[in-house]
Ligand binder design. Structure first.
Ligand code: IPE
Ligand code: IPE
Ligand code: MG
Ligand code: MG
Ligand code: MG
Length: 290
């Protein structure tokens, strides 16, 4: 599992390095530096790896899949840059380094996020693949006002309120689940998946995405700042509605494991043996420390 993850992660890393070196020269300074600072700062690259692995459930991941994977990582990085702004979560550490706005200022950090989002659109819409438009729609919808942006809205709007199950569930499904479901749908779509396969991928993404955010909440409570590359204890100080706050840390960990098994079962039922890598990846995240 680790060797396969490392292979896919490295493909994404090489692709992002190539794109930033070769295609970003016309972006003015210091915007280009701010965008590259956050994009090339060593995230786990989980979402692009998911996209490539989803594609490989059906066919080897090609250049189009790689370009979509890179675009999705740009959108995820934009979401992190904006999430860290003083007006949102007010965080000063991300991926082990000072946040974008700490280094480049708030205005430039807003623009770096805008820049990454628009470049991601450009990248997807420049693909001539016959299913590029359908795949792009999955990603753009997931990132937008019925997806991640909606989740971030609820996350902010309900700060300071006592946790309520329906609200935390919606926040997790939208702010995090959508950007983990999109790579499954887009990867499968590009590979020519049918309805049943798309539905299985979607279910996997939703369940795994929710488990991933519960784990993120748990790591904010009990994680190690050095491993995580971000400050801990922030959810409490910012008054965030989290799953551990609702059900307790012990139950939250059980829920992570239950959701992960549900995610794997959905994928296995449709893809059988071929789902082994994605299932072991999801299972390895239940004990993640970063
Ligand atoms: C952090 O995502 C934000 C969440 C949605 C939980 P990751 O934990 O995937 O962060 P990186 O990309 O590895 O930095
Ligand atoms: C962020 O959730 C989800 C995004 C859309 C970026 P969090 O605010 O919990 O993510 P971290 O803990 O800052 O990475
Ligand atoms: Mg947040
Ligand atoms: Mg945050
Ligand atoms: Mg968090």
């Amino acid at each position: 599992m680790n060797a396969k993850y490392e292979e896919l992660r490295q493909r994404v890393e090489d692709h992002l390095n190539r794109v930033t070196a070769q295609e970003w020269e016309k972006i003015p300074h210091p915007l280009r530096d701010a965008m590259a600072y956050s994009l090339l700062s060593g995230g786990k690259r989980l979402r692009p790896v998911l996209l490539l692995a989803a594609h490989e459930l059906i066919a080897p991941a090609d250049e189009t899949a790689l370009r979509f994977a890179g675009a999705l990582e740009m959108i995820h990085t934009y979401s992190l840059i904006h999430d860290d702004l003083p007006a949102m979560d007010n965080d000063t550490l991300r991926r082990g380094k000072p946040t974008c706005h700490v280094v480049y200022g708030e205005g430039m950090a807003v623009l770096a996020g805008d820049g990454l989002l628009s470049l991601a659109m450009e990248e997807m819409l420049s693909c001539t693949h016959e299913r590029a438009l359908s795949a792009a729609r999955f990603i753009v919808q997931a990132a937008g006002v019925r997806g991640m942006v909606a989740g971030q809205c609820l996350d902010l709007a309900h700060e300071g309120e006592p946790p309520a199950q329906d609200i935390v569930t919606s926040i997790h499904r939208l702010k995090t689940g959508c950007l983990l479901t999109a790579p499954m749908e887009a990867g499968l779509c590009l590979a020519g998946a049918g309805e049943k396969q798309l539905t299985a991928g979607k279910t996997f993404g939703q369940m795994f995405g929710t488990a991933f955010q519960i784990q993120d909440d748990l790591l904010d409570l009990h994680g190690n700042e050095q491993d995580l590359g971000k400050h801990t204890g922030k959810d409490l100080t910012e008054g965030k509605m989290t799953w551990p706050a609702l059900v307790g840390a012990e139950q939250a960990q059980k829920d992570v494991e239950y959701l992960t098994e549900q995610a794997c079962a959905a994928l296995e039922a449709t893809f059988g043996e071929a789902s082994a890598f994605l299932c072991s990846l999801a299972r390895s995240c239940t004990g993640r420390t970063r």
